[in-house]
Design a protein around this ligand. Structure first.
Ligand SMILES: Cc1cc2nc3c(=O)[nH]c(=O)nc-3n(C[C@H](O)[C@H](O)[C@H](O)COP(=O)(O)OP(=O)(O)OC[C@H]3O[C@@H](n4cnc5c(N)ncnc54)[C@H](O)[C@@H]3O)c2cc1C
Length: 376
């Protein structure tokens, strides 16, 4: 019998396991695949997460980014050096996620990979978790099984809308290892982000509105890479869904919490998901620690805390996304292309600014350009 069973060893589940184990609780961390595992992802991580942990991430940081280039359909470029901010980390998810898992193990969590959860049932005041490798019991359960996971549905939560994302991994020598690239306009209802690694580029695309076809995203990522003159003979293409923050929903139920993309935490404007997965994993661990200490309100408070610390900002990101993806060309000219706007976007991605700090001003500026006569 475990204090907590955590399903899914991505950033959300590994973080929750780490903090619960550090508090001295018995934790079982389950993943259906063998670790370390590949996850299609740009691998851009806000360095702000370092403040939450007491170990060093340096061994899994491939490079850091302090310069970005924005383009509109690969033309009309603007390059910006990021000032006064901690450079953004570029990671490979197999190594980054596995470091978190190994730290959780060192703290005392028990890992069982290659173990798929196939059913859950709440009996005699505990969770009975059926897997391909036996049945386990736990007082609490964290569903951190990602956007494609089934636990949220099994726990009775409303299904979340999924959006298309994809990555094209291109091994090559990287000319500017500290520069990231964002291209708008080529991919309808979304954008392309190209992040350097030590041995190549990860070119990602995400569609954050409407229904794009998978072949469209594949074609746009391939075109983009060809325009950059990259050799695609060794490249690897993968599609994966994204689950964007839609509205405030409870993330707790009887003795169970949702964390990470199972809770639909991705930023609806930019698609960032690693930092909020880690944040929800951390807060889920705190809530279950308090619940194990007989705090009856701890799980309900978790839903409130995530709404306050992440959801409120995501509502604003969603408002900006509504305008951005409807009038992308105008927004590129008025919003993205201004060097100060690029600094702001980078500061948001690095966790040094919140949408609440900038949305009102940005909306006023955009309305002035989009609605003739607005604002005089
Ligand atoms: C194309 C693309 C690019 C992206 N780029 C970025 C980026 O640059 N920066 C950023 O911040 N975010 C990015 N994201 C988002 C980010 O990848 C996700 O938000 C993040 O991985 C979510 O982490 P998680 O811990 O919730 O779930 P995941 O990382 O998806 O992990 C879930 C785990 O659960 C396991 N699992 C599932 N079902 C079961 C089961 N039944 N039993 C046992 N185990 C199970 C899976 O095997 C998996 O290991 C990107 C996403 C996409 C699709």
């Amino acid at each position: 019998m475990f204090d907590c069973i955590v399903v899914g060893s991505g950033p959300a589940g590994a973080t929750a396991s780490y903090f619960l184990a550090k508090k001295g609780h018995s934790v079982l961390l389950l993943d259906k695949v063998s670790l370390p595992r590949y996850k299609p992802c740009g691998g851009g991580v806000s360095p702000v997460i370092a403040q939450w942990f007491d170990f060093d991430f340096t061994p899994v940081i491939e490079t850091t980014v302090n310069r970005v280039e924005f383009t509109w359909k690969l033309g009309d470029p603007v390059q910006v050096s990021l000032k006064d901010i901690e450079p953004m980390w570029m990671v490979k998810r197999d190594k980054f996620d596995y470091l978190l898992v190994q730290e959780a193990q060192k703290a005392g969590a028990q890992l069982q990979d290659n173990t798929e959860v196939t059913a859950i049932a709440f009996k005699d005041n505990q969770w009975q978790v059926t897997t391909t490798n036996g049945t386990f019991n736990g007082t609490y359960l964290i569903a951190a099984d990602g956007v494609k996971g089934k636990l949220a549905q099994w726990l009775g939560f409303k299904p979340r809308e999924e959006f298309i994302g994809a990555t094209l991994e291109v091994p090559c020598s990287v000319e500017k290892p500290h520069q990231a690239y964002f291209d708008f306009g080529s991919l309808k209802n979304g954008y392309i982000w190209n992040f350097p690694k030590s041995d190549g580029y990860t070119i990602s695309g995400g569609c954050f509105k409407g229904k794009n076809q998978p072949q469209e995203i594949k074609q746009q990522l391939t075109n983009y890479a060809k325009e950059l003159g990259l050799d695609l003979s060794q490249s690897q293409y993968s599609e994966y869904a994204l689950s964007l923050w839609a509205d405030h929903q409870p993330l707790h139920t009887n003795h169970a919490l949702l964390a990470g993309e199972s809770a639909g935490i991705c930023d609806p404007l930019l698609g960032e998901g690693i930092r909020p997965s880690i944040l929800t994993g951390l807060r889920a661990a705190e809530a279950i620690d308090q619940a194990l200490g007989n705090d009856d309100q701890a799980l309900a408070n978790y839903s409130q805390i995530i709404q306050k610390e992440w959801g409120a900002d995501m509502v604003l990101a969603s408002r900006l996304a509504g305008i951005f993806y409807q009038f992308p060309k105008v927004v590129y000219k008025v919003g993205v292309k201004r060097p100060s706007a690029a600094q702001i976007m980078a500061k948001i991605l690095c966790g040094e600014l919140r949408y609440s700090d900038v949305t009102e001003k940005a909306m006023q500026r955009l309305k002035k350009r989009l609605i003739p006569g607005f604002g005089g």
